[in-house]
Design a protein around this ligand. Structure first.
Ligand code: CP
Length: 309
C-alpha cells in the first residue's frame, strides 16, 4: 500500500488484509500496555482543513499506539491563513522529514493533489475530501459490520439520509461492493440522492419503510447543511418525520438488525436521541474500531517498508 485515497478499485484481497490486520492490532493493543514499536522513528502529520472529532483523534491515538511521532498542524493558526498554498504547506512539512500525511479538506480531490506532489516515499492518507471519499471510515464501517454480522456477501445494508453530500456513503458503497454485498440500498428524498448512484451498485428508495424492510444493517447519515448552500431540501423537522429513526421504526426492523452512524450525530433529526447509544447501536464501537483500522493502514503503509523508505 503506497497511499490510501479512496476505496474505489481497492483489490478485495488487500481490503480483507487491512481488516484482518486491524483485528490483529486490536488484539495486540488490548492489554494494559497499548503500545507497539512498529512505527518508532516515523513522523505522521495530521493536516485537517475541515473540522473533525473522531477521525483526527483516532488517527492520533492510532499513530501513538504504534509509537510514531505525531504533529497536529493547527490549520487555522498555520501560515495557510497568511496565503500559503497547499503545495507549500506540504513541502514545508516534508522538509521536517514527515513520512505520512493524514489530510482532510473540503475540496474533492485534495488528497489526490497531495499524492501527486508528495516526495518519493512520503505517503498520503485521505481523511475525507469534499463529497468524494472517506476511505478509513469505509474500512471501519466494514470492520464493524463484519465483526457483528459476518462477511457482507449475504447481508442487506441500507444507507439512510444525506447521500448526496456524503463521502462516507460513497466509500461504504464501494467497500460493500468489493466484499460482494448484493443488497446495498440508499434511502432518502430525491433531492438527497446523487445522480449515478445505481451505477455504483445501490438500489434507491424514497420512502423509509420499504427501504428498511428486511435489512441487517442501517447506516444513518446526518444532513450536511454546511454543504447545502440554498438547495431545495427538507427542513430538519420534515426530515425527522419522514426519515428519522425512532423507537417505533426501530421496533419494525429485524430483531438482530444493527444501527450505525459515522458521526457526528444530530439528535432528533436522523436519529431519536434516546437511540444513539441504545443496545442496537454500534456508534461508539465504530469510533473504537476506527483506531484499529487506522493503525492497520498506517502499519501497512509505513511499517511494512521496514527501515528503508
Ligand atoms: N466520521 C467522521 O468523519 O467524524 P469526524 O468528522 O468527527 O471526524
Amino acid at each position: 500500500l503506497r497511499h490510501l485515497l479512496t476505496m474505489d478499485g481497492l483489490p478485495r484481497q488487500l481490503l480483507t488484509e487491512i481488516l484482518d490486520r486491524a483485528a490483529h492490532l486490536a488484539e495486540a493493543t488490548s492489554g494494559a500496555d497499548k503500545k507497539l514499536p512498529n512505527l518508532r522513528g516515523r513522523t505522521i502529520v495530521n493536516l485537517f482543513f475541515e473540522a473533525s472529532t473522531r477521525t483526527r483523534s483516532t488517527f492520533e491515538v492510532a499513530a501513538k499506539r504504534l509509537s510514531a511521532d505525531v504533529i497536529n498542524l493547527q490549520v487555522s493558526s498555520s501560515s495557510t491563513s497568511k496565503g500559503e498554498t497547499l503545495l507549500d504547506t506540504l513541502k514545508t512539512m516534508e522538509a521536517m522529514q514527515a513520512d505520512l500525511f493524514v489530510i482532510r479538506h473540503d475540496a474533492s480531490g485534495a488528497a489526490h493533489f497531495f499524492a501527486e506532489h508528495a516526495a518519493p516515499g512520503v505517503a498520503i492518507l485521505n481523511a475525507g475530501d469534499g463529497r468524494h471519499a472517506h476511505p478509513t471510515q469505509g474500512l471501519l464501517d466494514l470492520y464493524t459490520i463484519r465483526a457483528h454480522k459476518g462477511p457482507p456477501e449475504n447481508l442487506s445494508v441500507a444507507i439512510v439520509g444525506d447521500v448526496l453530500h456524503s463521502r462516507v456513503a460513497r466509500s461504504d458503497i464501494h467497500g460493500l461492493r468489493i466484499l460482494g454485498c448484493k443488497d446495498i440500498r440508499v434511502v432518502a428524498p430525491p433531492t438527497l440522492i446523487p445522480a449515478g448512484i445505481e451505477q455504483m451498485g445501490a438500489r434507491v428508495f424514497h420512502q423509509l419503510e420499504p427501504g428498511l424492510d428486511g435489512v441487517d444493517v442501517v447506516i444513518l447519515l446526518r444532513l450536511q447543511t454546511e454543504r447545502m448552500l440554498g438547495a431545495f431540501l427538507p427542513s430538519l423537522g420534515e426530515f425527522h418525520r419522514d426519515f428519522g429513526l425512532t423507537r417505533e421504526r426501530l421496533a419494525k426492523l429485524k430483531p438482530d438488525a444493527v444501527v450505525m452512524h459515522p458521526g457526528p450525530i444530530n439528535r432528533g433529526v436522523e436519529i431519536a436521541g434516546e437511540l444513539a447509544y441504545s443496545e442496537r447501536s454500534l456508534i461508539l464501537e465504530q469510533v473504537a474500531n476506527g483506531i484499529s483500522v487506522r493503525m492497520a493502514v498506517m502499519d501497512m503503509i509505513l511499517g511494512d517498508r521496514g527501515a528503508s523508505k
